[in-house]
Ligand binder design. Structure first.
Ligand code: ADP
Ligand code: MG
Length: 466
């Protein structure tokens, strides 16, 4: 162990001891026992936690107590920084050859809460054992992706490659890892390689630097199942694309299952070589779109069961109606309430309390995700090379009428606006006209896959720029 590492470990061990005396055992176990000391940087101490919500909670509720314990332990004041993505005692990176998991005593939980840390256990490098098909709520928006992933797990090679795409926080990684978990259930000896595209890059660069390229090749080119998360990160990385292409071909010819996720369709990834676009498009591509209110509510109901708490329907409705864009944020909101109820031992959280606790989170969500009618009109007009005033105006030729209907449809889908409000935003049209437009677009999407692709691509682009 390096000197620096000993120093931070020692400091954190001492601070932990002090903390144990200052706060009750349950709170300690819940909030401090899983903190990982990462490094010391002069007067800065970097502590590793599982995710941003955990960090936020510590900052908002325990910053003073934490700072004073560290000061007492170290004899001087430190600035505390949190780093997300750490799980206590789990291997730090995914580049290493998978090691056997060390036996670990499971943390003690209170009776009301499991823990806000998502993964306590890693059975396979990088794969969260909770990302299973059973834990995945199926709705209209992810039905095809779910079915295709099940097929990939049950009949490997049937859909090759399987390409799952959609916005962030919508369950792509969950599905990808569900395939891994299900494959391992069926065949514990299956060689599964799960990496994010970024890890693939890091491992590749490491292998070149350490002259271990054949090891790298062996690892990826002998896999039974290769799961690569976030392949949009291949964008504009020519050398990595070359390596990826070769890996892909080797596995493809052996009929090993390949599954890729991305936030875009292959053809939309900037600077992705044509031959990779073709490969990615040669199997089955499925999209996950933003969840409807019903799906969001169903997810909240399922998640709260795993946390062993029960919130009123008014609270779940409140969360589901405020978070539209990401299931990760939806989950984060719930975890915040679970954590609050566990720390304060308040078993009957009221809607008023929930509103207060989640106010900031929802404000952020609304701010970053405020999709306006203007943004939609502008993007749709650009796409069809017409003017925004054409979309709002009275003219009716087909080259204008169709984009206008698409813009109305997207406004209905992506904002809170009612039919009459949308009518007003589109040059004072009647609400019946808007209803008709939405219906027309839905019908065309159901019958014309190319049209559906155009509309979904526009939706994703608007989501991304908002
Ligand atoms: P992405 O990879 O698309 O950004 P993730 O797969 O990481 O999204 O999902 C974000 C969070 O939401 C994860 O905790 C995941 O378990 C959860 N989640 C996503 N979709 C569902 C679903 N349909 N049912 C249950 N949980 C879901
Ligand atoms: Mg992901």
């Amino acid at each position: 162990m390096s000197h620096a590492l000993t120093e931070i470990s020692g400091l954190w061990a001492e601070a932990s001891k002090i903390l144990r005396h200052k706060i009750c055992a349950t709170t300690f176990e819940q909030w401090f026992a899983n903190i990982v000391p990462v490094r010391l940087d002069n007067d800065r101490i970097i502590l590793g936690v599982s995710d941003d919500f955990f960090a936020d909670w510590l900052r908002n509720n325990y910053e003073d107590i934490l700072a004073s314990a560290i000061q007492e332990a170290g004899g001087k004041a430190y600035t505390i920084d949190f780093e997300s993505g750490h799980i206590a005692k789990a291997p730090a990176a995914n580049c290493a050859i998978p090691a056997k998991e060390e036996p670990r005593t499971s943390p003690r939980y209170t009776e009301t809460v499991q823990t806000p840390v998502p993964a306590q256990k890693r059975i396979h490098n990088g794969i969260n054992p909770r990302h299973t098909f059973e834990n995945f709520v199926v709705g209209e928006e992810n039905r095809y992706a779910h079915a295709a992933a099940m097929t990939a797990a049950g009949t490997p090679g049937a859909y090759n490659p399987l390409y799952i795409y959609g916005g962030t926080g919508l369950g792509k990684t969950h599905l990808l890892q569900a395939v891994a978990n299900e494959t391992l259930n069926r065949n514990p000896n299956a060689q599964i390689e799960y990496v994010t595209c970024e890890e693939f890059l890091n491992c590749y660069v490491d292998s070149l630097q350490q002259r271990k390229h054949s090891e790298f090749r062996n690892r990826f080119r002998t896999a039974d199942v290769l799961l690569v998360d976030d392949v949009h990160q291949l964008a504009n990385k020519a050398q990595l694309q070359e390596e990826f292409f070769n890996t892909f071909n080797t596995l493809f010819h052996k009929n090993s299952q390949i599954i890729l996720t991305s936030d875009k369709q292959p053809s939309e990834i900037a600077g992705l070589e044509k031959r990779l676009v073709t490969r990615f498009e040669s199997g089955v591509a499925v999209e996950i779109t933003a969840p409807s209110f019903e799906t969001r509510l169903a997810i909240l109901k399922m998640k709260q069961e795993s946390h062993l708490v029960k919130f009123g329907d008014d609270i779940l409705n409140f969360i589901a109606s405020n978070v539209r864009s990401s299931i990760r944020i939806l989950e984060g909101a719930l975890i915040r309430l679970v954590a609050y109820s566990s720390v304060t031992r308040d078993r009957a959280v009221t809607l008023k309390t929930a509103e207060q606790l989640l106010k900031k989170l929802f404000e952020q969500e609304n701010m970053t995700r405020k999709i306006t009618v203007e943004t939609i009109q502008k993007r749709v007009a650009e796409h069809f090379s017409i003017h925004v005033h054409d979309i709002i105006g009275k003219k009716r030729p087909k080259n204008i009428a169709e984009p206008r209907m698409i813009a109305m449809y997207l406004t209905r889908k992506m904002t809170d606006k009612s039919f009459p409000e949308i009518g007003l935003e589109f040059g004072g049209r009647n609400h019946a006209t808007v209803i008709h437009a939405v219906k027309e677009i839905e019908d065309s999407m159901n019958t014309d896959p190319a049209f559906k692709q155009t509309v979904s691509a526009l939706q994703r682009q608007i989501q991304a720029i908002s």
